[in-house]
Write a protein that binds this ligand. Structure first.
Ligand SMILES: *Cc1c(COP(=O)(O)O)cnc(C)c1O
Length: 415
């Protein structure tokens, strides 16, 4: 099997473990900056903005770094809005792509001057009533049966998000009549998609729609937001999406559709999370038990509350045993956490080198939707997050939770 490469070795991680006990997340700053630059570079031919999906990795230090790379923030909750505000991402550098949104969230988004991306036609009067209509509004399109969707996100018709085609026309008409002057068009039909052509198809769909909307109801779309969903190669042997190719193919489509229709310049936005930070974050955990029953189990000190994707989606996350990178993978293990929940397994029937107690395991591709999806079920606490800086130093960017944090919302008085 092809081994996935790590940017660090056992010695580096052992040195970190002396200061920060396992489990912890560690993020590679220079690789994250490089991935943000690659995406910007791929769209340097147009007016482009990537709004990093804050939910993927909601840490202020990482958001600050991404802000320095000219990324905005894509938010969908009050906390995410506040997080952006606190690191200096505000105004139209925030895209507020929420659904089932509460009034107080719209109010905050308006206060911050964020671009509001409405999920439903009934939210036009709701937003107007509670927060007032801003000058610029984006609408989220759900193509329904017109588009296939992909495995994780499922069929668009089954998805709770967005306006139908008819509602979209009606929505822009209503907004125009209410005096809104600037319009965006959004869709999100992919998740963890590795086929570059999928994004070209999405761009084409939105370009054509922008042309149709210019005719009826006569609105000039200022930007299209292609959503997020660029996939990453979780499995060894999978290939990363060639962003340069995606950019060039979308440019070609732009020249074929947008330019002749007189809609140039049309801004292009995206809101990826996974492809920006996913491959550059790692969960480091120690093997603490080896159990031999009907199967061979390696018990580690992290569990599903640190990284839910394998348990929740059956997602593959590659595992490297530090110091045994080149050893033969001649053992079959289930790598498991301590939740009283049988799907708390980071890997099932995985071929790995022999693992001994005290070995350090690195779980790859945990830099997006990893820590962020953590929880406290079973009294498990969330780990620390560390940043491996460009100069080789390591900073803690979130401390591990303590029992005091766990009990902070409980009141034992009067019992
Ligand atoms: C989750 C989400 C994203 C980011 O998805 P990735 O797979 O991390 O790129 C972008 N936009 C919306 C609306 C989302 O819900």
């Amino acid at each position: 099997m092809i081994e996935k490469q790590l940017p660090f070795d056992e010695r580096t991680i052992r040195a970190i473990v002396r200061n920060y006990p396992t489990p912890f997340y560690v993020y590679d700053e220079s690789a994250i900056r490089a991935s943000a630059r690659r995406l910007n570079q791929a769209f340097a031919w147009c007016a482009f903005k990537e709004y990093f999906a804050v939910k993927a990795t909601p840490n202020p230090h990482l958001l600050k770094i991404l802000g320095q790379e000219n990324l905005g923030g894509d938010c969908s909750s009050l906390a995410e809005l506040v997080l952006c505000e606190r690191v200096g991402i505000s105004g139209e550098n925030i895209m507020f792509t929420s659904n089932e949104t509460a009034a107080k969230e719209y109010i905050r988004a308006r206060e911050l001057g964020a671009i509001i991306n409405l999920d439903d036609i009934t939210h036009i009067p709701y937003l107007e009533q509670h927060a007032g209509l801003p000058e610029v509004i984006c609408l989220r399109y759900n193509p329904g049966p017109l588009r296939e969707g992909n495995v994780i996100i499922g069929k668009p018709e089954e998805a709770k998000y967005g306006f139908t085609r008819e509602q979209l026309v009606d929505g822009y008409r209503q907004l125009k009549a209410k005096g809104v002057r600037r319009f965006g068009l959004h869709t999100m039909v992919a998740s963890n998609e590795l086929d570059p052509e999928f994004f070209v198809e999405t761009a084409k769909m939105l370009f054509e729609l922008a042309v149709e909307l210019a005719r009826d109801p006569g609105v000039r779309i200022e930007f299209v937001n292609l959503g997020g969903g660029i996939g990453i190669p979780y499995r060894p042997g999978q290939k990363a999406v060639d962003l340069g190719l995606v950019g060039r193919r979308i440019e070609q489509t732009y020249r074929e559709i947008v330019v002749p229709a007189g809609l140039h310049p049309l801004k292009i936005f995206m809101e990826n999370g996974r492809c920006i930070t996913g491959p550059y974050g790692y969960l480091v955990t120690e093997a603490i038990h080896h159990k031999n029953t009907y199967k061979q189990y390696i018990g580690v000190d992290a569990c599903m509350s640190n990284l839910m994707r394998p348990g929740m989606y059956g997602a593959y996350h590659h595992i490297t045993v530090l110091g045994k990178e080149t050893a033969a993978r001649n053992h079959t293990y289930d790598v498991v956490g301590s939740l009283c929940e049988n799907n708390d397994k980071f890997a099932i029937d995985r071929q790995l080198p022999q693992i001994d107690a005290g070995d350090l395991l690195v779980i790859h591709d945990a830099g997006a939707h990893g820590f962020a999806m953590g929880f406290q079920y079973n009294g498990k606490l969330r780990s620390a997050e560390l940043l491996w800086r460009e100069d080789g130093s390591v900073t803690q960017i979130r401390r591990a939770e303590t029992l005091d944090d766990y009990f902070a919302t409980l009141d034992f008085s009067g019992l």
